[in-house]
Design a protein around this ligand. Structure first.
Ligand code: AHM
Ligand code: MG
Length: 343
């Protein structure tokens, strides 16, 4: 079997597809290298003293795990000297991280969730790193990058991906020319392509949602899940399966490979919050990958990538996966919205 490494793939994308400027290629190589280091740290677990919480909270009031903070530092150290970034931002930092003046600055903004699914770290379930890349606005050159410069809709992403630290360590990536998967070859220390041009299958009757929140959901979500649970004898006329890992990367990866739908909708536990998951470094990069793989990603009836962010850590309702199922759920949201209008 011909082995294509990540480096070869990126060079080919740069040459043939003209999809990849040199700085963006460097950025992806560096993020991929940092993910190798994070994978090594995740693997060491208790042996490295890396499990457990730090006793601190991030800006969103969530308890930080040691690995959240460590992985965040690994990504900063790997990226800040390369000359490809104007600034970065992450789930674990209150505000943006500017590139220190001792390093050259580049044209890209990197936004990431260093460890997604943190609650799974200590029980040895899959976790991952999610990242999204944007262009710094043209008018930001020659001045300090500001938080507002990051507030661009997901349609403006030029690349996105995730690493998943599971039974295998994988990197799943898109630079706007489809979705490609690479497996970490630990002996060689390289990422080797293991799946190309991923397409989200349709017709898979499987949904992923935290069912314990059922009583808090809005009517269109309950309608959809009720119909799934009713199975063969219900309105859908078919039995559904359910899976929930509690790590978005793991659930999304399964759906990219075998279809189905992932949902973390708005609920009334915190009615003023549009959802639990974060737009800029969870929903947008995953939505971009889904769309690049032929799937669909909505926040109800609105496309996630069209949502205009008003703050860095903005949250959003998330429904994404196989086009056929997401369309059903989006239609239920449209129905509910139009019957509210006519009431
Ligand atoms: P995290 O980035 O702090 O780990 O939070 C995000 C995670 C997602 O990976 C997952 O889909 C969701 O939160 C799980 O939430 P819950 O614990 O409510 O099921
Ligand atoms: Mg997360």
């Amino acid at each position: 079997m011909k082995r294509t490494t990540l480096t070869q793939f990126l060079i080919e994308q740069q040459r043939k597809e003209q999809a990849l400027p040199a700085q963006l290629r460097l950025l992806i190589e560096i993020v991929a290298r940092a993910c190798k280091a994070i994978s090594h740290t995740v693997n060491k677990g208790a042996l490295g003293g890396y499990l457990g919480s730090l006793g601190t909270e991030n800006v969103q009031g969530e308890v930080q795990k040691k690995l959240d903070v460590l992985a965040n530092e690994i990504l900063i150290e790997a990226n800040e000297w390369g000359g490809h970034l104007a600034a970065m931002a992450s789930e674990e930092m209150d505000t943006i991280h500017r590139i220190p003046n001792r390093y050259p600055k580049g044209e890209y903004l990197l936004v990431y969730d260093p460890i997604d699914g943190s609650s799974n770290i200590d029980v040895d379930l899959s976790v991952g790193t999610i990242f999204s890349v944007l262009h710094a606005p043209e008018d930001s050159s020659g001045r300090d990058v500001r938080e507002e410069d990051f507030l661009q809709p997901g349609t403006r992403q030029v690349a996105a991906g995730y690493a998943i630290y599971g039974p295998q360590t994988l990197l799943v990536l898109s630079v706007g020319t489809g979705v490609f998967e690479f497996t970490l070859d630990r002996e060689m220390g390289s990422w080797v392509m293991s799946d190309e041009r991923l397409t989200v299958p349709e017709g898979q009757k499987e949904f992923a949602i935290n069912m314990s929140n059922y009583r808090h959901w809005a009517p269109p979500m309950r309608r959809y899940v009720d119909e799934c649970l009713a199975g063969k004898n219900g309105p859908r006329g078919v039995n559904f399966n359910m899976r929930w890992t509690g790590s978005m990367v793991a659930d999304i990866h399964r759906i990219l490979k075998r279809g189905g739908v992932f949902m973390y909708p708005w609920d009334d536990r915190k009615p003023d919050m549009p959802g639990k998951l974060r737009l800029m470094y969870e929903a947008n990069p995953m939505g971009y990958l889904m769309e690049q793989a032929g799937g669909m990603a909505v926040a109800g009836h609105e496309r996630i990538l069209d949502v205009a962010p008003s703050k860095l850590h903005q949250r959003v309702s998330v429904i994404m996966g196989s086009r056929d199922e997401v369309e059903v759920i989006a239609a239920y949201h449209r129905d509910a919205a139009s019957s509210q209008q006519t009431a």
